[in-house]
Unconditional design. Structure first.
Length: 350
């Protein structure tokens, strides 16, 4: 058994019974140096905390209650526990993602059901104070669906290196860029329209400044980069090397620590696609698709030389060793059974 100092704590988002899942709340895992994961139990009972986020400096965790239209804060207690911190905060329909400002000033939430993007200001203890709703999305492709307005479906937020915030709208095929104004919330800066029907879902920023976006419906990766502060679409391509099936849907995208490879999860075909990042961060090239190690890879996480893949439907997290030269996952080195995992988020060091 390794010492606690050699372990890294990971929180797991989950689905509970109200969301068709088998979990009881936010889970706690220990990641060991050999890549194996250890189930520590349910950190706190909560209704369908399908996505969680950790405060950057404080022992506070935030979670959606997807079916309950709420966002909640929890405070660390003991080695692997959490306890409610403050009162639940109202959110929108099917709130599916939360993210925390790197400076700990605010929390953002994206609501898939009604398209709301929300900002919650935080106090010096990490508690949630005021709530602000951002301006609703206007479909940039509205003329392509006359008489049939499409539902806005906000899906994720990314804190950009320059202090702005980028959100995806899966229903309107758009990226929206915001500025934070204390006491007012999110102020619209500009937006980027992506191809009609693509369905931008999750996103990650490369060290070059480029943002890589994976699309749930078209199963592509888009590269956007800022020119004089305004993001523009500069590249697009397939997210997999072997194509996709009609019922497939892409989920998560993340980078290795060096930023040389990106990893995309595809549900249905149940694979992880490895893509090589071009030297200037303007291009992603599919290298190889590998079996994800379970059913419905909802989320995945690279920690050092290990790739952990959470499978919502088969109740397991598969761990692979990554080849340092090629970035490719090798054989499955560990398989942990855990109920309905939907997100893997390292705890803060606080």
């Amino acid at each position: 058994m390794t010492s606690l100092q050699q372990q890294t704590l990971i929180w797991t988002g989950t689905y509970t019974a109200d969301g068709g899942g088998r979990a009881k709340g936010i889970g706690a895992l220990s990641a060991h140096p050999d890549g194996s994961l250890e189930w520590r139990g349910t950190a706190v009972e909560a209704d369908s905390p399908s996505f969680v986020a950790a405060h950057p400096t404080l022992p506070v965790v935030y979670a959606v209650a997807e079916q309950r239209q709420m966002v909640r804060a929890f405070r660390r207690t003991g080695e692997f526990g959490l306890e409610p911190f403050g009162h639940p905060q109202p959110a929108g329909e099917a709130t599916c993602h939360v993210a925390v400002d790197p400076l700990g000033r605010f929390l953002t939430a994206a609501c898939w059901g009604d398209g709301q993007v929300l900002l919650y200001e935080l106090d010096h203890d990490g508690g949630i104070t005021r709530r602000f709703a951002a301006a609703p999305s206007v479909d940039p492709h509205g003329s392509m669906a006359p008489g049939q307005p499409r539902q806005s479906r906000a899906h994720a937020s990314l804190m950009l290196a320059d202090g702005r915030i980028m959100t995806t709208d899966l229903g309107h095929d758009a990226l929206r860029i915001w500025r934070y104004e204390p006491g007012a919330g999110l102020i619209a800066d500009h937006e980027v329209a992506l191809p009609f029907g693509s369905g931008p879902r999750h996103l990650v920023q490369h060290r070059s400044g480029s943002v890589f976006v994976v699309s749930e419906y078209s199963i592509e990766v888009f590269v956007v980069r800022a020119d004089a502060g305004t993001f523009e679409l500069i590249n697009r391509g397939p997210a997999t090397s072997g194509g996709s099936l009609p019922d497939d849907s892409a989920a998560e995208i993340c980078l290795d620590q060096e930023g040389n490879h990106a990893y995309v999860g595809v549900r249905g075909s149940n694979l992880i696609s490895v893509l090589r990042v071009g030297p200037d961060g303007t291009e992603l090239s599919p290298v190889k698709d590998v079996a994800s190690g379970g059913d419905w890879p909802r989320h995945h996480l690279v920690m050092g030389q290990w790739l952990h893949v959470a499978h919502e439907r088969s109740d397991n997290i598969a761990t692979f060793a990554l080849d340092s030269a090629t970035g490719l996952p090798g054989t499955l080195i560990h398989n942990l059974q855990t109920p309905s995992p939907t997100a893997l988020v390292p705890a803060s060091r606080a």
